[in-house]
Design a protein. Structure first.
Length: 336
């Protein structure tokens, strides 16, 4: 009898131990799941701050895919920061100034703007500041943003990027290039070609084209190549223009090679295939993202990068056959 009782007691204790172990495992599993869900929420970084309305105003020309990447970065920051993003663009400086006035009238919480034609925009930016609207610059206006009293600047030093480009042309043995500017008077584009000319030991010719008319761009480059057979490199200042220049050289029956500033996924493929020799990337996704995020940080935390004295540089970064495969993965996602 005692023996049977002991056996029952041992069996009961074993069952209790098993149940306890199962319960502990279940609690542990639930706790781990909850922890993972909490971590996932933290990784998303969704702000619960009051809704903001930010205007992003650029000089983008219709059809220029560079700005798709800028906007993608801006939208990512806006989604994270609980921001209502209002995007508008116009390549004309006076019209861009009018867009700033529209943003002032809408009483936005902040403005992110490109300063391709800074003189045309001084008055509108002064009005925004008088209205108490914080303004940051990005992409164009490195030499003007401080004098205009803006909070921050995000982009690359275009003259330094041009100088690095010119040095690279020296390294690969180029002798004569044409630097193709798609918008005359655009301070950032002019600075790029000035930088190339400063460090390149060969000859640099400036070629102005109408960037809003791609067939005209193509024929103008072709005509220049037919006119001067000593040109061995075509330097373009945007990915779509590089891809057009490749066709221009083929149409002209010319052996001139193409190198460029700026990326998109088609340009990355062209570097992989050898149609374009190299590119200088200024990371437009990062420019768009930082511009919007900086205004959220300023409004909610009082933070601003560079202390109003130094820009935040996003380039230059060279993309060549040696590293293009790594960058291609991000280009396909639209972040490089």
């Amino acid at each position: 009898m005692d023996l049977r009782l002991n056996r029952h007691r041992r069996a009961g204790l074993a069952a209790l131990a098993t149940a306890a172990a199962l319960l502990a495992a279940a609690c542990s599993s639930q706790g781990g799941k909850k922890a993972q869900e909490a971590d996932a929420g933290l990784a998303a970084g969704k702000a619960d701050t009051p809704r903001m309305r930010i205007a992003m105003i650029t000089h983008a020309a219709p059809g220029d895919t560079f700005w798709d990447t800028v906007r993608k970065g801006a939208k990512a920051a806006a989604a994270k920061d609980n921001v209502d993003l209002v995007y508008s663009s116009n390549p004309n400086g006076a019209d861009q100034a009018n867009l700033i006035q529209n943003a002032i009238n809408q009483k936005v919480d902040g403005i992110a703007v490109t300063l391709a034609k800074p003189d045309a925009m001084k008055g509108a930016i002064a009005k925004a500041k008088k209205a108490g609207i914080p303004v940051v610059a990005f992409n164009a206006g490195l030499d003007q943003w401080k004098d205009m009293g803006l909070l921050e600047y995000f982009g690359q030093d275009e003259n330094i990027a041009g100088q690095a480009f010119g040095k690279h042309l020296n390294e690969i043995g180029a002798k004569h290039d044409i630097c193709v500017i798609q918008e005359q008077g655009h301070v950032a584009l002019e600075a790029r070609c000035a930088g190339v000319k400063k460090t390149f030991k060969g000859k640099t010719d400036i070629l102005y084209v109408n960037g809003t008319d791609m067939p005209s761009v193509k024929s103008t480059i072709s005509a220049k190549l037919k006119q001067d057979s000593s040109i061995d490199y075509v330097v373009t200042l945007g990915a779509p223009f590089a891809l057009t220049a490749v066709q221009s050289a083929k149409d002209a029956g010319d052996k001139a090679k193409v190198a460029t500033f700026d990326l998109n996924k088609d340009l990355v493929s062209a570097v992989q295939s050898g149609d374009v020799q190299f590119a200088v990337d200024q990371q437009p996704y990062l420019q768009g993202y930082l511009s919007i995020d900086s205004l959220w940080l300023y409004k909610n935390n009082g933070n601003f990068s560079g202390g109003g004295e130094q820009p935040v540089l996003t380039g230059p970064a060279f993309v060549t056959k040696d590293n293009v495969d790594t960058i291609a993965t991000f280009a396909q996602k639209g972040t490089r």
